[in-house]
Ligand binder design. Structure first.
Ligand code: AMP
Length: 194
């Protein structure tokens, strides 16, 4: 089962991806996590990406497509599948993914779009920052209200174009991401197992 999840920051993509990994044994590929790891490790790629990530802007298509290509190429065909979280975010990333998956003979089965109101996202991101603070963990540099605003604009501008792209391919399924975590998991499960 090969899945893409798309949705705005704070919609719960990471949480649901982790659950799908446990339930179906999927390989989780989060471009946000890969970029944060590269930034922390201080690699050349990380240094290149840092300015955009800190500002809430998109990292270049070339860099993120390269990251995803590396990960997927290493994947064994016999594995259970993958879940891509935070990629694609632009039409050119979606087109690159389509051609990569064709080359690797790994067709996409579902694109899960998280539908949620902006007001709720702001609350959730603020809660995520509070929880990190309480747990003594670092707060994500891009979770400040100012940067969140830019990330939401990026989502609306670039990522919204993905909806018609995947609708045309009959892969798109919407979930109501304002529901509680278990409910969202159940909604996703219901169409994955259909
Ligand atoms: P995320 O953890 O998915 O919210 O991503 C955090 C940040 O990483 C984003 O705000 C972007 O700066 C960068 N990023 C992650 N995925 C992508 C992508 N597919 N294309 C461009 N930039 C990305």
């Amino acid at each position: 089962m090969n899945i893409v999840i798309i949705g705005p920051p704070g919609a719960g993509k990471g949480t649901q991806a982790e659950r799908l990994v446990l339930k179906y044994g999927l390989m989780h590929i989060s471009t946000g996590d890969l970029l944060r790891d590269a930034i922390k490790a201080g690699t050349i790629l990380g240094r290149e990406a840092k300015t955009a990530v800190d500002a809430g802007e998109l990292v270049s298509d070339e860099v993120v497509i390269g990251l995803v290509r590396d990960r997927l190429s290493k994947k064994q065909k016999a594995d259970h599948g993958f879940i891509l979280d935070g990629f694609p975010r632009t039409l050119s990333q979606a087109a690159a993914l389509e051609s990569l998956l064709r080359d690797l003979a790994m067709p996409l089965d579902h694109v899960v779009a998280f539908d949620i109101e902006v007001g709720l996202l702001e609350e959730r991101i603020a809660r995520r920052a509070e929880q990190s603070l309480r747990a003594g963990k670092p707060i994500r540099s891009d979770d400040s209200p100012e940067v969140l605003k830019i990330r939401l604009e990026e989502f609306a501008r670039a990522t919204a174009a993905l909806t018609p792209f995947y609708e045309q391919r009959r892969l798109l399924r919407f979930v109501d991401a304002s529901a509680d975590v278990d409910d969202v998991t159940a909604q996703i499960g219901s169409f994955l197992e259909r």
